[in-house]
Design a protein around this ligand. Structure first.
Ligand code: BES
Ligand code: MN
Ligand code: ZN
Length: 502
């Protein structure tokens, strides 16, 4: 998949397909679509009159130009209602359009800069959305399929515009969109990758790769170094597996003269969550190959940050371990002393994510000295019960920080909904034997899990994203492809680039 820009008038472009658009309810198209319609002797207008084209969001109509203009075909994409139109609509419809073209075996296409006319989206943002829509919408994970592997013909998409002043803006938008989409694709790849390949060690290799490619610092703490640091909570989670845990730290220095201009993103990196001795039921257990979705998002976001180069220092931390039952596994009832010195009663070995994160966030604040921490994790089934698969739950200790993350998510169409951290819930984590218990009983499971992590945060501004409901998609729609979603990479990149700009 490649996206480029070309300065020309759309009525002159020689292309197998030109993508134009239509808002819902428009009976007499103007702008680019209107210009095409004139050349086609009003055939678009007449298709609208016949209700064959309605402009409904995602509607796709392919018509042949039969020599009436240089472009061989016109693909008219419906944008839906004009009032609800924004960059997310562009990303959505372009993704649908690109998959449609791919299905027809078309490998070269051109498109107008959707949204920059009456849609009033700045050219750079419009180009970015087109790039994200095409790259994310055509994402596939078929490296293990003999047949599909080679048939993945790439699409060359050219954005055409006749305004020379817009060309550099479009180019910038394409580059931004590319960096972000490649970060999302990396996160998707890591989640889709099975646990026999993506071990904690392999996750560390992936991080080292990113660091080498983009000139970032990388530190990987192996089992010995974790023991040396007394990170027994993370170690306990990995103790049943033959794959040893790792703490992975990536360091991007975008503002080296201002060390306090910093943020850390910390991800749960459980490469497989069998539940451990508190074994999960067999049905659907495969999904737990993606229990490193938080860590994958950290690596994906770090890759995007490293290529976008915002003026801020960003630390990415992944707590990687495999949760397996065995003779060396942690038992229910075990009491573990975390790096912070807090003792944890392991009520359920399947509540492993919060334990891995406990040491990771503590290390991030106390050893790395970061004062702004976001952790993300496929943490609780309770989160799926609360918000389903539509939105990610967010909880945090600093309201301004939480609000800024929610609004970053809004900008990129990754929905975040805040849950309360009312002190009453905290009681549920009380242990008879230790300082804290790793389960919080029946109700409010997503909240008690967040409170558990909070117990290992001291003064830092902290926010927690529970992506249990959003890390995998059951069906392909718009830029979302069945399987790993790459959530919340785009939110993180949006937030971090916003922080850097202000
Ligand atoms: N990784 C799971 C949560 C999960 C479940 C994520 C389904 C995505 C899809 C987590 O480690 C877990 O097992 N949580 C338990 C905690 C419980 C034992 C307190 C849960 O939510 O059931
Ligand atoms: Mn679990
Ligand atoms: Zn888990």
């Amino acid at each position: 998949m490649e996206v480029s820009v070309f300065e020309t008038d759309i009525t002159h472009i020689d292309t197998p397909v030109l993508i134009v658009n239509l808002f819902k309810g428009v009976t007499n198209p103007g702008g680019a679509t209107g210009a095409v319609d004139e050349l086609l002797e009003k055939s678009i207008t007449s298709l609208i009159a016949d209700k064959e084209i309605t402009g409904t969001k995602g509607e796709l109509t392919l018509i042949h130009t039969l020599g009436k203009m240089k472009a061989k075909r016109i693909l008219i994409v419906g944008l839906g209602e004009q009032e609800s139109f924004n960059q997310n609509t562009v990303r959505f419809v372009i993704a649908e359009a690109c998959r449609f073209l791919k299905g027809k075996g078309i490998t070269t296409a051109s498109t107008i800069l959707h949204g920059s006319g009456i849609g009033q989206i700045p050219p750079e943002a419009a180009a970015r959305s087109i790039t994200e829509g095409s790259l994310l919408g055509l994402y596939t994970f078929n490296k293990y399929k003999k047949e599909d592997k080679n048939s993945a013909e790439s699409l060359h998409l050219t954005i055409v515009d006749n305004d020379p002043a817009k060309i550099p803006l479009i180019t910038a938008g394409i580059n931004t969109g590319k960096s972000i989409s490649e970060g999302v694709a990396l996160a998707r790849d890591l989640v889709n990758e099975p646990a026999n390949i993506l071990t904690p060690e392999e996750m560390a290799n992936q991080a080292t790769n990113i660091a080498n490619r983009l000139n970032m610092g990388v530190t990987v703490l192996d089992k010995k170094q974790l023991q040396h640091n007394k990170m027994n909570a993370l170690l306990a989670v990995g103790s049943g597996s033959t794959q040893e845990p790792r703490l992975i730290i990536l360091k991007y220095e975008g503002d080296p003269t201002n060390p306090n201009n910093h943020i850390a993103i910390v991800g749960k990196g459980i490469t497989f969550d069998s539940g451990g001795i508190s074994l999960k039921p067999a049905a659907g257990m495969w999904e737990m190959k993606g229990d490193m979705g938080g860590g994958a998002a950290v690596l994906g976001a770090m890759q995007a940050i490293g290529s976008l180069k915002p003026k801020i220092n960003v630390i990415g931390v992944v707590a990687a371990a495999e949760n397996m039952p065995s003779g060396s596994a942690v038992h229910p009832g075990d009491i573990i002393t975390a790096m912070s010195g807090t003792t944890i009663e392991v009520d359920n070995t399947d509540a492993e994510g919060r334990m891995a994160l406990a040491d990771a966030v503590y290390y991030t604040e106390k050893v790395l000295g970061i004062t702004k921490i976001i952790d993300m994790a496929t943490l609780t089934g309770a989160m799926i019960t609360a918000l389903g698969t539509v939105g990610t739950g967010i909880l945090g200790s600093n309201q301004d920080f939480v609000t800024s993350i929610i609004s970053a998510g809004d900008n990129v169409d990754e929905k975040l909904w805040q849950l309360p951290l009312w002190e009453e819930y905290k009681e549920q984590n009380k242990s008879t034997w230790a300082d804290i218990k790793n389960t919080g009983g029946r109700g409010g499971g997503a909240i008690t899990a967040a409170f558990f992590i909070k117990a290992f945060i001291d003064k830092a501004s902290w926010a927690h994203l529970d992506i249990a409901g959003t890390f995998m998609a059951k069906e392909t729609k718009g830029h979302v492809i069945k399987g790993a979603t790459g959530t919340p990479v785009r939110t993180l990149v949006e937030l971090i680039t916003n922080l850097a700009a202000n």
